[in-house]
Design a protein around this ligand. Structure first.
Ligand code: TMP
Length: 206
């Protein structure tokens, strides 16, 4: 399953809580992220998020895809083959939203690369949705000294990213579950936990 949302949506907190909840149920879990789940991914993440020079939008997309492909083949596929549940903090929907819509490359380009190099789709995607203003206010509060290329983008960029996520969720209602992320982390997790419980009850595992 994957976790998505704009900056400041609180999804990373929810990945950690979901992983802890699943472990407590005795379920084997791998919690990981795009970009940055592997050693190569950590190098790519550093370049993609923290380098100050201009990066061509197409190159940015290809590097995100390179991270995803490497992560998928070296970590995710082997874990799934062992019966481990994989929780991934962002995946191809992030490229659709950020590079496809945010950078205006078009989602079709992302889909083509995904089809060619990644293929595997999550069985469930949790989208943590909230208005851009509220999200950016959270980001401003937690911001440390480190420069972040995506957090630096203007409000319109983040509006395009949010709209793309919401559009995708409407297009694929079976895969997506959307939460109101403007609530507290505790109350968002209550809804997430309820959803996880019913998912694993259906599968006969919890
Ligand atoms: P995060 O750890 O806050 O999720 O940071 C990852 C950043 O990378 C975030 O700003 C979104 C961006 N990103 C893309 O632009 N495209 C992608 O395909 C992925 C996975 C992340």
């Amino acid at each position: 399953m994957t976790f998505e949302g704009i900056e400041g949506s609180g999804k990373t907190t929810q990945v950690a809580r979901a992983a802890a909840w699943m472990q407590a149920q005795g379920l084997p879990v791998l919690a990981t992220r795009n970009p940055g789940g592997t050693e190569l991914g950590r190098l790519l993440r550093d370049a993609l998020l923290h380098s100050r020079g201009h990066i061509d939008a197409g190159a940015e997309l290809l590097l995100m895809m390179a991270d995803r492909r490497h992560h998928l083949t070296t970590m995710i596929e082997p874990a799934l083959a062992e019966g481990t549940h994989v929780l991934c903090d962002r995946y191809t929907d992030a490229s659709r939203a950020y590079q496809g819509a945010g950078r205006r490359l078009g989602e079709k380009r992302v889909d083509e690369l995904h089809e060619r190099w990644c293929r595997r789709d999550p069985d469930r995607t949790y989208l943590f949705d909230l208005p851009v203003d509220a999200a950016l206010a959270r980001v401003a509060k937690r911001r440390g000294a480190s420069f972040d290329r995506f957090e630096e983008e203007d409000r319109k960029f983040h509006e395009r990213v949010r709209a793309a996520y919401r559009r995708r969720a409407r297009q694929e209602p079976k895969r997506f579950v959307v939460f109101d992320a403007s609530q507290t982390a505790d109350s968002v997790f209550l809804s997430l936990e309820e959803n996880l419980r019913s998912l694993f009850r259906k599968r006969g595992r919890a």
